[in-house]
Write a protein that binds this ligand. Structure first.
Ligand code: HEM
Length: 347
C-alpha cells in the first residue's frame, strides 16, 4: 500500500499552491523576527539586570508587551497558510501533542500578564520581584517556542505517529536528533536579533552604550549560531542533508544565499552599523525561512507532493484577500504615522 494514501488531503485549494507558499514564508519571516526581538531583548535585559544593571531590562521591558502582541498576531497568518497547505500533517501533530500543546495558551497568557505587570508596576516591584517576574515571563515564551519546534518537527514524521497508541496522553518529539539543534538555532538567533533590536533602540535614544551592547550580542550570537546551524544540518536525515549538499540545486542555492547574507550581516555587525546589519539580518532570516521550507518539502517527499493537491481555480476570495491586505496595510501605515507624530507632540 502507498503510505501516502493513509494521510488524505483535507481539501482542494482555490488557487495554485505557490501563492500560499510565498505568503507562508513571508509571514513566517515577520513572525519569527518579532519573536526573536521579544525573546532576545528580554533575555539580554535579564542577564544585565541579574548582574546589577537594571536600566536595560527596564527599557526593553517597555517594549515586551507590544512585541508579544505582534509576535502572536503575526503567528496567526502563517498558521492559516500552513493549514491550507499542510493541514493533514499539522493538525495531526497538534492533536498528538495533546496537553503539551494546549498548555501553550496558559503559558502565553501568563507571559502576557507578566510582561504587562513588569511594565506598569515596575516601581512597585522590588529588584528581586522584577527579575523573578521577567524570568518567569521569559520561561513562558521559551516553552511556547519549544512546543512549536516539537509540533513543526512531529508533523514531518508520520512514521512516529503510532507512538500515540503506546502512551496515555499527548507526547513530544524528543527522540528526534534534529530537535535540540533546531531549537537551539532558533534560541541563539533570538539573542542575535534581540541584540540588534537593542542596538536600534540605542540608535533611536542616542545611547551609544546600548548600540555597543546590542551589536556585541549580535556578532557573538551569530558566530555561535553558525555552529548550531552546522549541527542542525548534519543531524538531518541523509537524503535531506544531501539535497542541501548539491543533490537539489534550488535547496543548495537557498542555503548558500542565507549563509552569504549571514556573512554580510556579520561584516556590517563588526563595523557596528545597526541599520546596515538589520537589512542583512532580515535578508538572512528570509533565506533561512526559505531553507526551512525546503527542509519540510524534502522530509515530506515520501508522503506528499504539493503538485498533487487539486486546484479549483476560484480566484474571487484571493482577490478579496489582496484587497483587504492592501487597504489594511495602508491603514496600519496611517495609524503608525499618527502615532509617531503624536509622540513628537505634533498631533
Ligand atoms: C511568543 C510566542 C511564540 C513564540 C516564542 C513562537 C516561536 C516560534 C518558533 C521558534 C517557530 C519555529 C519552530 C520550528 O520550525 O522549529 C514558530 C513557528 C510558527 N509559529 Fe510561532 N511562536 C509564538 C507564538 C505563535 C502563535 C500565537 C501562533 C499562532 C497563532 C504561532 C504560529 C506559528 C506558526 C504557524 C509557525 C510555523 C510556520 C511554518 O511552519 O511555516 N506562533 N514559532
Amino acid at each position: 500500500m502507498n503510505p501516502a494514501s493513509l494521510i488524505p488531503l483535507v481539501e482542494s485549494i482555490p488557487i495554485p499552491w505557490g501563492w500560499f507558499d510565498v505568503l507562508l514564508v513571508l509571514t513566517f519571516t515577520v513572525h519569527i523576527l518579532f519573536m526573536n526581538a521579544l525573546l532576545g531583548s528580554a533575555a539580554i535585559g535579564l542577564v544585565r539586570s541579574l548582574r546589577g544593571n537594571h536600566e536595560l531590562a527596564h527599557d526593553v521591558g517597555q517594549k515586551s508587551p507590544p512585541l508579544l502582541a505582534l509576535t502572536i498576531n503575526m503567528g496567526v497568518a502563517p498558521l492559516l497558510f500552513l493549514q491550507v497547505l499542510y493541514g493533514h500533517f499539522d493538525y495531526v501533530s497538534t492533536v498528538l501533542m495533546g496537553g503539551w500543546w494546549l498548555a501553550v495558551i496558559g503559558a502565553l497568557l501568563f507571559s502576557y500578564y507578566g510582561f504587562y505587570t513588569y511594565k506598569f508596576k515596575y516601581d512597585a516591584l522590588g529588584n528581586g520581584g522584577r527579575n523573578a517576574l521577567f524570568l518567569l515571563s521569559l520561561v513562558g515564551i521559551v516553552y511556547t517556542a519549544f512546543m512549536l519546534t516539537n509540533n513543526m518537527t512531529l508533523m514531518l514524521l508520520p512514521e512516529t505517529w503510532t507512538e500515540y497508541f503506546t502512551r496515555d496522553g499527548g507526547f513530544l518529539n524528543l527522540s528526534d536528533p534534529t530537535i535540540a539543534p533546531r531549537f537551539l538555532h532558533f534560541m541563539i538567533g533570538s539573542l542575535a536579533v534581540g541584540g540588534l533590536f537593542i542596538a536600534l533602540l540605542g540608535r533611536m535614544k542616542d545611547r551609544r552604550d546600548y548600540v555597543d551592547t546590542g551589536m556585541t550580542w549580535f556578532v557573538r550570537a551569530t558566530l555561535v549560531n553558525l555552529a548550531a546551524g552546522i549541527w542542525f544540518l548534519i543531524a538531518l536525515p541523509r537524503p535531506v542533508l544531501l539535497a542541501f549538499m548539491g543533490d537539489s540545486l534550488p535547496a543548495t542555492l537557498t542555503l548558500l544565499a542565507g549563509l552569504l547574507a549571514a556573512g554580510m550581516s556579520l561584516w556590517a555587525g563588526f563595523g557596528r552599523k545597526p541599520v546596515q546589519t538589520t537589512v542583512w539580518a532580515v535578508i538572512t532570516v528570509l533565506f533561512m525561512s526559505l531553507t526551512r521550507n525546503w527542509v519540510r518539502v524534502l522530509y515530506l517527499t515520501p508522503w506528499f507532493s504539493m503538485e498533487d493537491t487539486p486546484v479549483t481555480n476560484q480566484y474571487s476570495s484571493f482577490y478579496l484577500f489582496l484587497g483587504f491586505l492592501v487597504v489594511g496595510l495602508a491603514l496600519v501605515g496611517y495609524m503608525l504615522k499618527l502615532y509617531f507624530r503624536s509622540r513628537e507632540g505634533r498631533a
